[in-house]
Design a protein around this ligand. Structure first.
Ligand SMILES: C[S@@+](CC[C@H](N)C(=O)[O-])C[C@H]1O[C@@H](n2cnc3c(N)ncnc32)[C@H](O)[C@@H]1O
Length: 392
């Protein structure tokens, strides 16, 4: 170690060497003093991501953790800034020694000690992540073009693979909570090529040991034929697809209603079918929000929203929020408890909002309709498509 260098440079040089010779185990930043008061600490560990060595930073904020992965050179620059501006202490753990940097006093100090860990870090990132739907050993994933014959996820299908896994991860415990006799039929509206429909059928049978049937509803005849042929060829007995529109589908007996990116008002039709069936669970990831966007753009909302409406991007975002928040209100009116949240990072899809509605009450909640009327008036919306679909 070149002791003539400033202490921070010595510390970062030690990190650089440890990363280069593979002895780096982990690094921790403690004692925050920066402007972001929510940032409490940071942990850094090595990880291989797509066969590249990265330093994986976990930023521990008060209410959430954020992960960033950086190539080593960029990571060292980032650490220098963090040590100068945000944290008083940094701890470097290598298999050869531990090194502590402390800038609490008048001048920074370095203290080297025996290594806490003599075992090299496991570069865990690329290890198969435990997913509800694993890539390997699922013939239907290969037939649907998500995985290759080797059981690896194909590059173009990575986002879809993550989406269905995340969706099933959220849906799984909710399905599990439905008593045996009350879970007989799951309906997937706007099933498309059946990615989610196959995933849910597979998960129900293989992971939960449930015998409920899963039905995909789709108006494209070619997709319905393909999906039914695939399900039959692979022998997935609890799965079938019906050709037709969501609007005309008889949803009676649908205990659970799901939809992933059913276009625009097709999501409303799906929700309406779930409400009509009294489904225990309605889970939808909406897609485009054109109907309410048109309403907002063409209606008279006074001047109060002009400052937002002059920016196309905010009209878009407003339409999305208003559409889905009103869907939640209507669901609550019909006795559902709702949660609306991002179910996957927007890196994988911008259509990343999920509405989860669980039937908790029998009657109707008139207060929700009053709130809906006020919200419609505020935004100058004449009708929300879902109001008509559910006969309000
Ligand atoms: C964006 S794709 C999503 C497909 C699938 N859920 C997925 O995430 O992979 C929407 C699908 O819904 C179907 N769809 C849209 N509106 C529909 C309607 N009213 N009735 C039946 N199918 C509909 C479309 O044909 C399309 O296949």
């Amino acid at each position: 170690m070149d002791t003539s260098l400033p202490k921070i440079d010595q510390f970062l040089a030690a990190l650089d060497s440890a990363v280069a010779d593979g002895s780096f185990v982990r690094l921790a930043l403690r004692l925050p003093f920066g402007t972001d008061e929510t940032l409490k600490s940071i942990d850094v560990k090595p990880a291989t991501i797509r066969e590249q060595l990265k330093l994986s930073f976990t930023f521990h904020h008060q209410t959430r953790d954020l992960v960033q992965n950086h190539p080593p050179a960029g990571a060292i620059g980032q650490l220098r800034r963090l040590m100068e501006k945000d944290f008083r202490q940094a701890f470097l753990f290598t298999t050869a020694f531990d090194l502590q940097f402390d800038s609490q006093g008048k001048s920074p100090r370095l203290k080297q000690s025996e290594p806490t860990s003599k075992a090299p870090a496991t570069l865990s990132h690329d290890r198969a992540k435990a997913r509800p739907i694993p890539a390997a050993g699922k013939a239907w994933l290969t037939e649907l073009g998500v995985t290759g014959a080797d059981g690896q996820v194909l590059k173009a299908a990575g986002d879809k693979f993550r989406q269905i896994n995340r969706y099933v991860e959220i849906l799984g415990p909710l399905l599990k909570a439905i008593p045996e006799g009350k879970l007989n039929r799951v309906v997937d509206m706007g099933a498309g090529k059946g990615y989610l429909t196959f995933a849910v059928a597979d998960y129900l049978k293989q992971n939960l040991g449930r015998s409920a049937e899963v039905v995909g509803v789709e108006f494209r005849d070619d997709l319905v034929r393909f999906c039914n042929d695939t399900a039959n060829a692979i022998g997935i007995g609890n799965l079938s697809f019906e050709q037709g529109t969501i609007e005309n589908f008889d949803s009676a007996g649908a205990d659970v209603l799901i939809a992933l990116h059913a276009c625009d008002t097709a999501t409303d039709d799906a929700i309406a079918k779930g409400i009509a069936a009294g489904s225990e669970l309605i889970v939808v990831a909406p897609c485009c929000h054109k109907q309410i966007r048109r309403e907002i753009e063409t209606s008279n909302h006074g001047n109060a929203l002009d400052f937002l409406m002059k920016h196309g991007i905010f009209v878009e975002r407003q339409a999305e929020m208003v559409t889905d928040a009103m869907r939640a209100m209507i669901l609550e009116h019909f006795g559902y408890s709702t949660k609306v949240f991002e179910f996957i990072s927007d890196v994988h899809t911008p259509k990343n909002v999920l509405i989860v509605a669980t039937k908790t009450k029998r009657g109707k909640d008139a207060a929700q309709l009053r709130k809906l009327a006020e919200a419609k008036e505020f935004f100058g919306i004449r009708r929300h498509y879902l109001e008509d679909a559910v006969g309000l």
